[in-house]
Design a protein around this ligand. Structure first.
Ligand code: NI
Ligand code: MN
Length: 220
């Protein structure tokens, strides 16, 4: 599986040629080639996560998977959707995905309700990845570690709206992951971090700080 960071909390997974997007807010990857995207996962309704999901789904025919309320919102635009609830698995021809709790909020730009926020666990035959969405450090991460046993986690580290580096280090231990991929940092002033501090503190725990360069695929 090839993972490409697209900036903020956006990632592309290339699973045996299947292109899958997570939180496609592509402000840092304006030239991203959407051709061939088959599935889009959106963790919550905030515009820095919903991003261009609907536009991409319209152009490519990709299916959007999100919490029930957010999926229903997307469906109004005539795109294919998978509504999911917390704790459920959905099967795809490239793997299976569970929605897990995130401690955050989820509303549209006009303030209307966007359902619960969530994270996703991707079970990709032999590799398990956890994308936390926007969240605080929370005890569910112990459950996620015990039940889903992720190998690597994409964790927000920018603070202000989500957990910060200090919390991400604790989360990495609760999740039992060997690698941490930082996200949701340095996009805006309010989420500026010193990435060297993240690197040092994750290494101190004997884990790999997998700091990804935007647009550069990595084998995971
Ligand atoms: Ni948010
Ligand atoms: Mn956000």
């Amino acid at each position: 599986m090839k993972l490409t960071y697209l900036g903020h909390s956006a990632f592309e997974m290339n699973i045996n040629g299947k292109k899958v997007l997570i939180d496609p807010f592509l402000i840092k990857s304006p030239d991203y080639d959407i051709q061939g995207v088959s599935d889009i996962f959106v963790t919550h309704a905030h515009s820095d996560h919903l991003g261009s999901a609907i536009e991409i789904a319209k152009k490519t025919g990709a299916k959007i998977t999100a919490m029930f309320e957010l999926a229903n919102y997307c469906a109004k635009y005539g795109v294919k959707t998978n509504g999911i609830g917390l704790g459920a698995w959905i099967d795809y021809d490239w793997g299976r995905v569970a929605a897990v709790p995130a401690f955050h909020s989820s509303s549209f730009d006009d303030g209307s309700y966007g359902g619960n926020p969530c994270g996703f666990v991707f079970d990709l035959s032999g590799r398990t990845l956890y994308h936390a969405g926007d969240t605080a450090l929370n005890s569910e991460m112990k459950i996620i570690g015990e039940v889903y046993e992720p190998d690597a986690a994409m964790l927000p580290i920018g603070g202000t709206y989500t957990m910060d580096i200090e919390s991400a280090v604790i989360a990495s231990e609760w999740l039992g992951v060997s690698a941490v991929i930082p996200m949701h940092y340095n996009t805006f002033d309010k989420i500026t971090v010193n990435i060297n501090e993240f690197e040092r503190r994750i290494r101190e725990k004997g884990k790999m700080p997998a700091i990804m360069k935007i647009g550069v695929p990595a084998e995971i």
